[in-house]
Design a protein around this ligand. Structure first.
Ligand code: SF4
Ligand code: SF4
Length: 66
């Protein structure tokens, strides 16, 4: 099945993993390791993400959406 939904990370709400008030909780809650850090910021690997929404629900900055 093709995953048509893509989780987005909004750079205006996420300054990066180093300053995250949740200490990078988006990475910790992703069971599929679908988030990697690129230039200090989380990046969702579309092919690995099942759109479960855990990262979206847990981000303290509401910096992710699906
Ligand atoms: S939606 Fe789920 S699978 Fe996709 S990046 Fe977030 S936590 Fe990981
Ligand atoms: S939890 Fe939110 S604020 Fe923290 S690194 Fe992830 S996207 Fe950025």
């Amino acid at each position: 099945m093709v995953n048509l939904m893509v989780v987005m990370v909004y750079s205006d709400k996420c300054d990066g993993i180093d300053t995250c008030p949740g200490e990078g909780v988006c990475l910790k809650v992703c069971d599929l390791d679908a988030i990697e850090i690129v230039d200090g910021c989380p990046f969702v690997l579309e092919e690995a993400c099942n759109n479960c929404g855990l990262c979206v629900m847990n981000c303290p900055n509401q910096a992710m959406s699906k």
